[in-house]
Ligand binder design. Structure first.
Ligand code: DAH
Length: 339
């Protein structure tokens, strides 16, 4: 048995000395020291050794194992060092190469315009709130005084989820949610996406953005509406900006108006920007309709309010002098990075 162990040891050492990969080394470990390895097999033969010889034989087995393990360990560190060195030379990094330019993103004109609008209203003490884009017909139409057969429903044809749920056509629906919450007085704006089944062209898109505004308090009058929106226009388009209110109709306000601003390009003389008019329409507004108050449970004897709705794209197109709305949705970075 002693001779057998000696032979195993010599054979193992010879094999270890001739390998050149870590995998091969592992194979050798398994072949000699593994559960079914040669040394283990020898140990199984211990039962045939005379009891008085067993301690001595056991010791030789241990010594053999230790010797093989030691050589295996050494070979392993040597091979790992070599492998690492090879990797280091293979993966040379040329630190003198110019760096790759990171493509940093850029705020979209809509985002920039919204930031400005928000800043102005937050400065006047308004809260910014959000409402759902998938909305009940009730909030989008009914509670805004647009009953089932109202013609305004035609103008704002939209995408129906079912006959009670739509993709909202206007952020005005958020007015109703806020009124129902019942926390008065109220001063809020609500920006967000709206949807209509419109064909895409230079001024239309089936999905666009609005910013809704609503103020409810005791003693709010049309003078508050005018003052607020005139100030908004000045801050957005410059201190020289004048405003003009034209009577209009919206089902949820009475009286209603559209607000024009004096053309910030020509100062009102008439140019390409304002199509020779000197004025540019920028929003719809009005005093909250009594029926709207009633449906949302607001006490009309105590409270009055005004509302307004701004088309965000319109502001972005005007401010950045973009003449086709489609450019806003094409995600062409050559276009976007100009702003
Ligand atoms: N929701 C209207 C629209 O989409 C815009 C609007 C007009 C909102 C007047 C208002 C308002 O709050 O008072 O055409």
């Amino acid at each position: 048995m002693k001779a057998k162990l000696q032979e195993i040891k010599e054979r193992a050492l010879a094999q270890i000395n001739s390998v050149d990969t870590l995998e091969q080394l592992n194979d050798i470990r398994v072949a000699f020291l593994g559960k079914k390895g040669e040394l283990t097999e020898v140990l199984k033969g211990m039962k045939d050794v005379a009891p008085e010889d067993r301690p001595m034989v056991g010791q030789i087995v241990n010594e053999t194992r230790q010797a093989i393990e030691e050589v295996l360990e050494n070979a392993k560190s040597e091979l790992s060092a070599k492998a690492r060195e090879a990797q280091m030379t293979a993966e040379v990094i040329d630190v003198t190469l110019p760096a790759k330019k990171a493509n940093v993103g850029h705020s979209h004109p809509n985002t920039l315009a919204l930031e400005e609008v928000k800043k102005i209203f937050i400065g006047m003490g308004y809260e910014v709130v959000e409402g759902p884009e998938v909305e009940y017909d009730y909030y989008n139409f009914e509670a805004l005084n647009i009953p089932a057969n109202h013609p305004a429903k035609d103008e704002q044809d939209t995408f129906y989820i079912n006959d009670k749920i739509v993709l909202r056509t206007q952020t005005s629906s958020v007015q109703v949610h806020e009124m129902e919450r019942g926390k008065l007085p109220l001063r809020m704006i609500s920006p967000g996406r709206v949807y209509r089944s419109d064909e895409v062209d230079a001024t239309h898109s089936p999905c666009f953005h609005q910013v809704e505004g609503l103020v409810i308090d005791e003693g709010i009058t049309f003078a508050d509406l005018k003052g607020t929106l005139a100030e908004f226009a000045k801050e957005l388009f410059g201190p020289e900006t004048k405003v003009k209110f034209r009577p209009h109709h919206f089902p949820f306000t009475e009286p209603s108006a559209e607000m024009d601003v004096s053309c910030f390009k020509c100062g009102g003389k008439g140019c390409r920007m304002c199509k020779g008019e000197g004025w540019i329409e920028i929003l719809g507004c009005g005093m909250v309709h009594p029926h709207v108050f009633e449906m949302s449970g607001i006490d009309q004897d105590k409270y009055t309010g005004f509302a307004f709705g701004i088309g965000l794209e319109r502001i972005a197109l005007l401010k950045y002098e973009i003449d086709d709305m489609r450019l806003l949705y094409e995600n062409d970075t050559r276009f976007l990075k100009q702003f």
